[in-house]
Design a protein around this ligand. Sequence first.
Ligand code: NAD
Length: 294
Amino acid sequence: MGIPTYELNNGVHIPVLGFGVYQATPEQTVSAVGAALEIGYRHVDTAAAYGNEREVGQAIAAAEVDRDDIFIETKVWISDYGYDATLHAYDKAAGKLGVDQIDLLILHHPMPGEFELTIAAYRALEKLHADGKVRAIGVSNFGPAHLDRLLAETEVVPAVNQIELHPYFRQSDSVARADELGILTQAWSPLGGITTYFEGSHTSPLQDPAVRAIADAHTKTPAQVLLRWHLQQGRQVFPKSVTPARIAENFDVFDFELTVAELAAIDALDTGVRGGPEAEVFARENFDFEIPEA
Ligand code: NAD
């Protein structure tokens, strides 16, 4: 049986569960993506800024799975925003990935301080889409107001908005606006990874007593419960791990269902506090790196 898919607003299908590679070193990326493809994953989420697109491509080329059966998603970094710069960002990404078409290309962040550059970058995505170089386009880390502004100034409704979303930060307003607009919400840090990445951050939802109790009730793990919670609420997910046992564990989520009460109990853990930075931080002067040509 193939992995279930969601239909994007342009008819393209995306696996409901994929594989994230943020913070995987280039070496780890080759083996982790290889392991994921062997286990059955058919979607990989990378980004120009992660520095591992080349290794994602290598793992895909080496796998015994047809390229056409794998959904590749990557992101344009803010230093490459602008119409021509973003067109060129596609060439860089496709070159590193070793493919002639990218399944889903998205803008990594809105730049609220230079939104006109964000718009110009999105117009380049529209052109890449019209030319068949990408099968779908989208955005990431857009709040409802960013989505509305983008829609007012561009033609193609984004297929996805990829946002921080885990039990401690549910962003219900962004999800609701995306739902109204026919945009699929992709949950980044679906296991709450971001809650543990910085010093002084709060406990991970993986350790939350409410999540652990639900996991025990189903003889499943907290990670599997969190992934079910997303999937049963219609969000696409791509948990990250470089440990084969966990990569397999995170894929083994199609044989149980959470009850309505269990979903509500996890919903109730929302603190309204994000783990990642506010959108305003994403300004070019705050990031001193550029995406290399090759
Ligand atoms: P995550 O929620 O996937 O958590 C990953 C961490 O959880 C791992 O580092 C590991 O320590 C742990 N883990 C994984 N599986 C586990 C298991 N079964 N049991 C116990 N612990 C486990 O966090 P993430 O990596 O931040 O997010 C997933 C993906 O989302 C990223 O790899 C990336 O592709 C994407 N992402 C996108 C953005 C964005 O701005 N668009 C930002 C962050 C992440």
